[in-house]
Design a protein around this ligand. Structure first.
Ligand SMILES: NC(=O)c1ccc[n+]([C@@H]2O[C@H](COP(=O)([O-])OP(=O)(O)OC[C@H]3O[C@@H](n4cnc5c(N)ncnc54)[C@H](OP(=O)(O)O)[C@@H]3O)[C@@H](O)[C@H]2O)c1
Length: 341
C-alpha cells in the first residue's frame, strides 16, 4: 500500500519557524473518489507568507488549524485519476500541502503546459514568484522604459525576476541584497547597474543615494521597515512604490515607524500594495511573457533547491535568515515520492 508522508502544523511559531513547529507522520494514501486524483508531489514552493498561515489570527488567509497538513503550493504528477480531464502521468500544479501523496479534487488542479517551459521552469520563472514580479512592476508600479528602478531582496525569488523584467524593459535597475555573494549574483547574473549590500552599510539611505544618483522612479519593496524608509528619501517626482512584501517586519516587536513621508508627499508619490492571487484571471498573460523571455535567453532564474520533504520547515526558516539565494524550492526525493509501506 502506498503511504502519504505528511508534515502537520504542531505548534504555532513565536519566532522564525522551523522543524520545531511541525510533526511528521505517514498515513495510507486516500484512493480518489469521483472527481478526484491521487498525486505524487514533485516540488513544493517555500514562501514567506507561510509564516502568517501558521499563526492563529486571520491574515489575508485563515490560519491553519493545529494538527492539519501544512498548506503550500507545488507541482505533482497524477498517479491515478477519477477527475475528468486528468490522466495518469499528467503534471499539475495545486495547493498540495506538505505531503508526498495528496488526493485532490480535479477542480483545484491546473495541468501544466509544458510547451511553455520545463517542470522546473513552472516552479521558477513561470511560477507565482515570477508572476508576482510581473504584475507588481507593471500593473501596480506602472513600469516605463528608462525608469530608475530599485528592488529590495533582489537575489530572492520575486526580486530576481523583478530586477530582470525592469532591465529587459530598458530601465536602470539597482538591487539591494544581503551579503557579497548575493550582490555579485544580482550584478553579474541579473544585470543590475548597481547593488547595495545593506548588511555592510551603516547608512542605507546614503548608500541608496550613491547608487541612485538621479533618484528613484519605481521602488519594488519586498522587505518594508527601514529599507522602505531609506528608499522613500530618494523618490523622484511622480515616483511609484510597490508594496510587495514586508519580510523585515515579520518578527519585529514593534511596527517600524516610517519617517520619510514628507519626501513621499513632495514627490507626489504613489504607494500601493497588492496580492498576486487577485490576478488569477491574468496568470496566462504573465506566463506567456515570461516564457518568451526564457526562450530568447533574456530571463534567468536561480532555484535554491533543497531535497526531501523534511527540508520544507528548514527552508521556511532560511527565508527569514536570508539564507536562500534565488527561489527556494523543495524537491521530493525519488525515495520520498515512491515510498511503499
Ligand atoms: N504581494 C504578493 O502577492 C506576494 C507574493 C509572493 C511574495 N511576496 C513577498 O515578496 C517578498 C519576497 O518573497 P520571496 O518568496 O521572493 O522570498 P525571497 O526573497 O526568496 O526570500 C526572502 C528574502 O528576504 C530577505 N530578508 C529576510 N529577512 C530580512 C530582513 N529582516 N530585512 C531585510 N531583508 C530580509 C532575505 O534576503 P537578503 O539576504 O537579501 O536580506 C531573504 O533571502 C516577501 O516579502 C513576500 O512576502 C508577496
Amino acid at each position: 500500500m502506498l503511504t502519504n508522508r505528511r508534515l502537520c502544523l504542531a505548534a504555532r511559531p513565536t519566532g522564525i519557524p522551523g522543524p520545531q513547529n511541525f510533526s511528521a507522520d505517514s498515513v495510507p494514501v486516500r484512493a480518489p473518489t469521483t472527481g478526484e486524483a491521487l498525486l505524487e508531489t514533485l516540488y513544493l514552493s517555500i514562501d514567506p507568507a507561510m509564516r502568517s498561515w501558521m499563526s492563529e489570527g486571520r491574515g489575508y488567509q485563515q490560519g491553519i488549524p493545529l494538527g492539519e497538513v501544512m498548506r503550500g503550493g507545488g507541482i505533482a504528477r497524477v498517479l491515478e485519476s477519477r477527475a475528468q480531464g486528468f490522466g495518469a502521468g499528467d503534471i499539475v500544479q495545486a495547493r498540495l500541502g506538505w505531503q508526498s501523496h495528496p488526493t485532490i479534487a480535479g477542480r483545484f488542479l491546473q495541468k501544466l503546459d509544458l510547451t511553455l517551459g520545463s517542470i522546473e521552469d513552472w516552479i521558477g520563472p513561470l511560477g507565482l514568484s515570477a508572476v508576482t514580479a510581473y504584475f507588481g512592476l507593471r500593473d501596480i508600479g506602472g513600469l516605463r522604459p528608462n525608469d530608475r528602478v530599485l528592488v529590495s531582496a533582489a537575489a530572492g525569488g520575486v526580486g530576481q525576476v523583478a530586477v530582470q523584467i525592469a532591465r529587459i524593459e530598458g530601465c536602470r535597475v539597482v538591487g539591494i541584497a544581503g551579503g557579497a555573494q548575493k550582490c555579485a549574483f544580482v550584478a553579474s547574473e541579473l544585470g543590475a547597474a548597481a547593488v547595495i549590500d545593506y548588511k555592510s552599510e551603516q547608512d542605507l539611505a546614503a548608500a541608496i543615494g550613491r547608487a541612485c544618483p538621479d533618484g528613484i522612479d519605481l521602488y519594488f519593496d519586498n522587505v518594508g521597515g527601514p529599507t522602505l524608509d531609506a528608499a522613500l528619501a530618494h523618490l523622484r517626482e511622480g515616483a511609484r512604490v510597490v508594496l510587495c512584501g514586508r519580510i523585515s517586519q515579520t518578527h519585529a516587536a514593534e511596527p517600524y515607524a516610517i519617517r520619510n513621508l514628507a519626501r513621499f508627499a513632495a514627490a507626489h508619490g504613489r504607494m500601493q500594495g497588492f496580492l498576486v492571487f487577485n490576478y488569477h484571471d491574468r496568470y496566462d498573460e504573465a506566463r506567456a511573457w515570461l516564457a518568451a523571455r526564457r526562450r530568447d535567453g533574456s530571463l534567468r532564474q536561480k532555484l535554491h533547491m533543497l531535497d526531501g520533504l523534511e527540508q520544507a520547515p528548514v527552508g521556511l526558516g532560511m527565508l527569514f535568515r536570508g539564507e536562500n539565494m534565488g527561489k527556494l524550492v523543495v524537491r521530493l526525493s525519488p525515495k520520498s515520492v515512491a515510498t511503499r509501506a
